[in-house]
Structure formats: structure tokens, C-alpha cells
Design a protein around this ligand. Structure first.
Ligand code: ATP
Ligand code: LTN
Length: 248
């Protein structure tokens, strides 16, 4: 029988927000009850865009604290930092040689993050999805809880696993990992621009609700939000906030 194992990662790029919680962390917590789970703070992914070394160190600790505060239990799940296991970078190199350039060229996250001047993006940002595939395949993980924005990367991980198994004639060596994406809330949108997802690295702190925000800060942000009414109502319902608190 196939051994089931859950793996997921979160980048230490800033404050954890409502999107991270509803899209990923909430699911991490429920999965740890029934399955073996590995949850990783992916610092090697974070450095694909510039990180101040001191801030990165503190963000690694903050993200880990956010994991625990959300309900991850170190007695049930393995929680660790990516760069402490050299196998992630080693397998990523091998997978760089399996993945095709054409596959990476289709990745929409690279296009969004690299912006207009792609020539100036780091090579790391371009091959970021191969490191993500390495994270998962290193442990032969079978299930990967993520937000909807990571679906394309997960499909690429499956393609890489399949090509490796075929090229080296090792059927089933790497299991094809299954994405676990929440049905009800898989993508929480930015409070400032309803066409973009809420994200840690967006400049304006008014674009997101951080898990550490105090109630009055949350109300202040919600009063300034630019979401469609239906999206706003959905967020308010989850947060158990009455509409009257945010309408003047
Ligand atoms: P960054 O802005 O630095 O890219 P991020 O906020 O997008 O960071 P990640 O660390 O890339 O967060 O993602 C961690 C997990 O949270 C992933 O599973 C991702 O799919 C999920 N996630 C991130 N943003 C959202 C969102 N707005 N809605 C739902 N899920 C999200
Ligand atoms: N790319 C993911 C973070 C990530 C990840 C992983 C998620 C890195 N490695 C392995 C699931 C499995 C993101 O959320 N930006």
C-alpha cells in the first residue's frame, strides 16, 4: 500500500496573513490529526528575491511561531527550516536537469513576481518551482496542502516526478503528489486591489490582515478595503465581524 505523507512550506518573507491561514495553515492543522506531516519554513525560496539577512532570521522565527500559534503541534508534526536539510538544494539540482525550460516558461507566478523587467529577475526565482518539487519529492510526499495560487507549481512537480520515473525506468519511484486545496476559501484577495491575491510581500500593510494585527487595526484596514461586496462579506463572516463595525 502507498504510504501517505503530507508536506507543505511557507516562505519567511514577512507577516503571516489571513490568506496564509485560510488557504494553507488551517488545513495543515486539520491534517496533522490523521496523517504524518512535515511543515517547512522555506528560507531558500525566500532568498529568490532580496532579503535583508537580519530580517530573514527574525522572519524564520516569526513564521515558526505563527505555525505554532495556528495550532501546529510539534509532537504531531515535524516542523523545520528548509536550509537545515541540504538534500533540498541537492535534489533541486538534479530536478533542474529533468525539468524542461518550456515548462518553467509557463509559470505565471514567475511572470507576476519578475514584473516587467524579467532580465533583472534572479535565476533562483525562475527555477523556484524546481526547488519546490525537490522539497516534496525528497520525502516522497503524497499530499500537499496549498492555496490555489500554488496549483500550477504542484502540477509541475507531478510532471517532473513522472518524467524522472519514465526517464530512469523506475516506475513509482517518486509518487505523484496530490494538491489539497480548500474548496471554500482557496484565494483571499488583497484589500487594496481585488484582482491580486493577499500577499506578505505586497508593499502596503493595508493590503492584508496579518495574524498578529489587533482588532482595532483590522477594523481600520477593513474600513479602507476595496473588495467586491460579496468578497468582503465572506471575510467578515469568517472573522465573525458585523458589517456595522466597518461602515461609517
Ligand atoms: P509572498 O508574498 O512572499 O510570495 P505569500 O503571502 O504569497 O508570500 P507564501 O509563503 O508564498 O505566502 O504561501 C504560503 C501558503 O499560503 C501557500 O500554500 C499559499 O498558496 C498560501 N497563500 C498565500 N497567499 C494566499 C492567499 N491570498 N489566499 C489563499 N492562500 C494563500
Ligand atoms: N511555493 C510555495 C511555498 C513552498 C511549498 C513547497 C509549498 C515551497 N516549497 C512545497 C508546498 C510544498 C508558496 O507558497 N509560495
Amino acid at each position: 500500500m502507498k504510504k501517505e505523507l503530507v508536506f507543505s512550506g511557507v516562505q519567511p518573507t514577512g507577516n503571516l496573513h489571513l490568506g496564509n491561514y485560510l488557504g494553507a495553515l488551517k488545513n495543515f492543522v486539520s491534517l496533522q490529526k490523521a496523517m504524518n506531516c512535515l511543515y517547512c519554513v522555506v528560507d531558500l525560496h525566500a532568498i529568490t528575491t532580496f532579503q535583508n539577512p537580519k530580517e530573514l532570521n527574525s522572519n524564520i522565527l516569526e513564521t515558526t511561531a505563527g505555525f505554532l500559534a495556528s495550532g501546529l503541534d510539534p509532537n504531531k508534526s515535524i516542523i523545520f527550516n528548509q536550509s537545515s536539510v541540504s538534500g533540498h538544494a541537492e535534489l533541486a539540482w538534479i530536478l533542474n536537469c529533468v525539468c524542461r525550460v518550456g515548462w518553467l516558461n509557463r509559470m505565471t507566478q514567475f511572470k507576476d513576481k519578475a514584473g516587467k523587467d524579467k532580465e533583472k529577475a534572479s535565476v533562483g526565482l525562475y527555477i523556484y518551482p524546481n526547488l519546490m518539487a525537490a522539497d516534496i519529492l525528497l520525502y516522497k510526499a503524497t499530499h500537499v496542502p496549498v492555496g490555489a495560487d500554488q496549483k500550477q507549481h504542484l502540477e509541475l512537480s507531478r510532471d517532473i516526478a513522472q518524467k524522472f520515473n519514465n526517464d530512469f525506468n523506475v516506475k513509482d519511484f517518486f509518487p505523484l503528489p496530490e494538491p489539497l486545496i480548500q474548496k471554500s476559501i482557496s484565494r483571499v484577495m488583497s484589500l487594496r486591489d481585488g484582482t491580486k491575491k493577499m500577499s506578505k510581500s505586497e508593499d502596503s500593510d493595508y493590503s492584508r490582515i496579518n495574524l498578529k494585527d489587533k482588532p482595532d487595526e483590522i477594523v481600520k484596514k477593513l474600513k479602507r478595503q476595496k473588495l467586491m461586496r460579496s468578497r468582503l462579506l465572506k471575510i467578515l463572516k469568517i472573522m465573525k465581524i458585523d458589517l456595522k463595525h466597518i461602515i461609517y
